[in-house]
Design a protein. Structure first.
Length: 70
C-alpha cells in the first residue's frame, strides 16, 4: 500500500498493465491492513518492485518463489 497525502492506493493488475487504485483502509494489525473499498475479491495487486512502476506500466506475473510452473 502506498500513500500520497491522505490518499491510500495500490497498484492492481488489469490485463497485463498496472492501474493505480485508491483504497479505503479499515483496521491495521501486526503487518496486515483491512481494505474496505477499492478492491474486489480476486483482484491481483503488485507487492514487489513498487518503486519501478507507475499507473499504466506493463508487467508480467511471475510464479512465487518455491513454486514451479508445470
Amino acid at each position: 500500500m502506498q500513500s500520497a497525502g491522505a490518499e491510500r492506493y495500490v497498484f492492481r493488475l488489469e490485463n497485463g498493465v498496472v492501474r493505480r487504485v485508491v483504497v479505503e483502509i479499515g483496521q491495521r494489525r501486526a503487518g496486515t491492513v483491512e481494505v474496505v473499498s477499492g478492491l474486489a475479491q480476486g483482484d491481483q495487486v503488485v507487492i514487489a518492485g513498487l518503486q519501478k512502476i507507475n499507473d499504466g506500466t506493463p508487467v508480467r506475473v511471475l510464479p512465487a518463489a518455491g513454486n514451479s510452473a508445470s
